[in-house]
Design a protein around this ligand. Structure first.
Ligand SMILES: [Fe+2]
Ligand SMILES: [Fe+2]
Length: 177
């Protein structure tokens, strides 16, 4: 079976679900949360294939890792280190996911907590997240890394598109007057 076909079989029930499709309306890293989750999921799927991990769990947890509604500043449960638990609760509510997949979702912000640990500004909440959500398996590390790489890619391409548009508007105005 081709990789694309296998990925489709693993992910189709989530991608076509109405409760998940709402994420198309949420802006995230200059794109929408639905596309962001899909990118993280597909990269995690490919990396687990490469490193001989459980590609089904990585792909499904990757899709559901940011399954919360609204932006991070909108509600307390959506914030920086709380949204992994909110996403895992939503994933359990709407889909059938394993305990392993729930743990992957809950630990996906560990790289941020790790960075914060190096700074002197670590709050009690951060310490708690850091202690309780250490990635326990290969798939959790892969989803963490995929989220970081995809986020960097999305933010950079957004900034390039934004700057290019500004220059174009500036040039068009220059020609007009
Ligand atoms: Fe996240
Ligand atoms: Fe994410």
């Amino acid at each position: 079976m081709s990789l694309n076909k296998e990925y489709k079989e693993i992910s189709d029930d989530i991608l076509n679900n109405d409760n998940f499709s709402i994420l198309k309306n949420d802006v995230h890293h200059g794109t929408n949360k639905y596309d962001h989750c899909k990118r993280v999921s597909y990269l995690s799927f490919l990396l687990t294939k490469l490193f001989k991990g459980n590609s089904e769990s990585a792909a499904r947890a990757g899709l559901l890792h940011d399954f919360f509604y609204g932006c991070r500043t909108e509600k307390e449960e959506n914030d920086y280190l709380r949204h992994p638990k909110t996403s895992s609760n939503n994933a359990k509510k709407y889909f059938s996911i394993s305990e392993k997949e729930a743990k992957i979702i809950e630990s996906h912000m560990y790289h941020h907590a790790l960075l914060k640990r190096l700074s002197p500004f670590m709050k009690e909440d951060d310490k708690k997240y850091f202690k309780e959500n250490r990635p326990k398996d290969k798939e959790s590390v892969i989803v963490c890394v995929s989220d970081l790489l995809v986020s960097l890619y999305e933010v950079c391409t957004f900034k390039i598109r934004y700057t290019t548009s500004l220059y174009l508007i500036f040039l068009i105005n220059l020609i007009r007057y």
